[in-house]
Design a protein around this ligand. Structure first.
Ligand code: DGT
Ligand code: CA
Ligand code: CA
Ligand code: ZN
Length: 575
């Protein structure tokens, strides 16, 4: 399965060498790449069966290329190639990835237009400088521009919400159109990272050839980047990369483990295996002496054989999870099914698109025991924040609806934390609310000191219940504001305030890193969706994903409590 990966690498190196006008080497690399692409056997298997000798027996592969291949198989990289990329002028490693731009053309662009990077190239194409060069022309320029746009898009990371939708679509499409025995997404998506580089899919199927054909012919495939017998990479319209790999059934567990990552976790796990006299790869766990395979089919089995507690994907970041798993000391992570209600829900009273009653109905359908209605407060004009009389009208509506549905409804609001740290409704109004989410929606550019003071004073307000989307970042759009997190977490803990884990895919706030930091204080969390329509209620899984990445258990999270327990918890301080 690694054949096409190594072939691609050799081709890339060949392009850089050509660019550097190295004489015969590029041809040798290209020839080796072609041979590897056409192999019927997995090159990793050839090496594990026969060692280096097996590799040099392949026509076109000499001793030094074999050494590079071995290095790649063992470490996932080739030091010499990495250096080559670094020292080659004009980051040609990047330029040669642009489709349709061969090394000769790339070289002329570097020399004649001083183009060094892909973004230089984009700029030159947009200014129509390229078509002026002899032998380039309008058509070439257009093609370059197209290729550059695709390159840029496909190098951006995507939000987990988008990646999850696509992965689930692909999996259900493949199940419908192929005879599939096992299929799963792996990689950062399975680890529930907040952003995803590419989507990795592993499949056990009856007919690998049909599997790959079905995959590359999916309707939303824009380009087939590589197509091997058992592995293929495509780029979807919109620039998303998807890797699909055929895996034999008796290696599926090992492959799932390997391709779930993270890389650092894998390296630590492999070293542990070595220290116990085993070899671990994507094919299985083997005895080092006899080469006998002792596990491969089951991922759980791999961890078990290594003497470890099963490590959930979200913990596999090499944050000490392996050591704790040795002594059975991993936390029992919170699960989606533990969630008993969503405490951050908008309706058409402010900027939600669905009516209050529809949001209530949809929350009943989620199977929740309770929910909170939390529309924006009056100062948040662009989100149709509620004046006091609207809020009171909403309370009457909640009272009317309450008996009608099998769910308890908390009266809440998402109340702006104003510049001076005060809340956006007077105390007598706040007193009537069961849940007050205090959020920052303005003045993001304040200095750290100013922002910290502002938030501390909000957290000291006895009416605030939950601090909403604490870091205030929007992925890909806005950085988090500057605030001294240790200080505000301490204040929150001291005042028994709840920290929100906002599940909206472009927020994921708090994220895993900040959750780990906050967890050091004796502090509770609440996982909310911040839904602005009924369909958003399903974002809960992403917030739970961050919570799991932040090592949280059910006990850390207040919306796993029963209605009675939560009600008591909210009342524990006199107001
Ligand atoms: P991404 O796609 O950037 O969001 O992150 P991942 O974690 O999905 O990374 P990806 O797609 O490059 O590779 C999938 C998994 O394959 C990765 O999490 C671990 C494994 N893997 C990839 N490269 C290596 C490597 O060089 N060594 C080891 N041990 N594992 C690797
Ligand atoms: Ca990936
Ligand atoms: Ca990948
Ligand atoms: Zn908000």
């Amino acid at each position: 399965m690694i054949n096409s990966e190594i072939a691609d690498l050799l081709k890339k190196v060949a392009a850089i060498l050509e660019f550097n006008e190295v004489e015969w080497k590029p041809r040798a690399y290209r020839k080796a790449a072609r041979q590897i692409e056409n192999l019927n056997e997995d090159i990793g298997k050839i090496y594990s069966d026969k060692g280096k000798k097996g590799l040099v027996e392949i026509p076109g592969i000499g001793s030094s290329i074999a050494d590079h291949i071995i290095e790649y198989l063992e470490t996932g990289k080739v030091e010499k190639f990495k250096k080559l990329k670094e020292v080659s002028p004009a980051r040609t490693g990047e330029l040669v990835e642009i489709r349709g731009l061969g090394p000769k053309k790339a070289k002329r662009l570097v020399e004649e237009l001083n183009i060094k990077t892909v973004s230089d190239l984009m700029e030159a194409a947009e200014k129509h400088e390229i078509r002026e060069l002899a032998g380039f022309g309008e058509k070439t320029e257009e093609n370059i521009l197209k290729a550059v746009r695709l390159f840029e898009k496909s190098h951006e990371r995507m939000l987990i919400g988008k990646a999850m939708d696509l992965a689930e679509e692909i999996i259900s499409y493949m199940k419908k159109n192929c005879e599939i025995e096992r299929i799963n997404y792996a990689g950062s998506l399975r680890r529930m990272k907040e952003t995803i580089g590419d989507i990795d899919v592993l499949v056990v199927a009856v007919d690998p050839e049909k599997l790959i054909t079905t995959f590359v012919n999916m309707e939303n495939v824009e380009r087939v980047e590589s197509r091997g017998k058992i592995r293929s990479t495509v780029i979807l319209t919109g620039g998303v990369h998807v890797d699909l790999r055929f895996v034999p059934d008796d290696s599926y567990g090992a492959a799932l483990q390997y391709f779930t990552g993270s890389k650092d976790h894998n390296i630590a796990l492999r070293n542990l295996a070595l220290s116990k006299g085993y070899k671990l790869s994507e094919y299985g766990l083997f005895r080092k002496d006899s080469g006998k395979k002792i596990e491969g089919k089951s991922e759980k089995g791999i961890y078990k054989r290594l003497g470890l507690q099963y490590i959930p994907p979200e913990l596999r970041e090499n944050r000490n999870e392996i050591d704790l798993a040795k002594t059975n000391d991993l936390p029992q992570l919170i699960e989606l099914s533990d969630i008993k209600g969503d405490l951050h829900v908008h309706t058409a009273f402010s900027d939600g698109t669905d009516s209050l009653e529809d949001m209530v109905k949809a929350s009943v359908d989620m199977g929740y025991e309770y929910m909170a209605i939390t529309d924006h407060s009056r100062s948040r004009k662009i989100a149709s924040g509620m004046e006091i009389d609207e809020l009171k009208q909403q309370w009457r509506e909640i009272d009317n609806i309450s008996g009608k549905y099998d769910i308890r409804i908390f009266k809440g609001a998402e109340v702006d934390i104003l510049k001076d740290g005060s809340l956006d409704y007077p105390d007598e109004v706040l007193r009537g609310l069961d849940i007050v989410i205090g959020s920052i929606h303005s003045g993001f550019r304040s200095g750290e000191k100013e922002m910290t003071t502002r938030i501390v004073s909000a957290l000291e307000n006895r009416f605030l219940t939950i601090w909403g989307h604490p870091a205030g970042r929007l992925l890909g759009k806005r950085e988090a504001y500057k605030v001294n997190f240790n200080q505000v977490f301490e204040t929150a803990a001291g005042n028994k305030k709840i920290l929100e884990i906002n599940s909206f895919p472009e927020r994921l706030d708090l994220n895993d890193g900040l959750i780990l930091q906050a967890k050091e204080f004796d502090i509770k969390f609440c996982i909310n969706t911040d839904s602005h329509s009924t369909s958003h209620l399903n974002f809960m899984r992403f917030g739970v994903g961050q919570a799991r990445r932040g090592w949280l258990t059910k006990d850390h999270v207040v919306n796993t409590y029963s209605y009675g327990e939560l009600k008591k918890f909210l009342k524990r301080k006199s107001r």
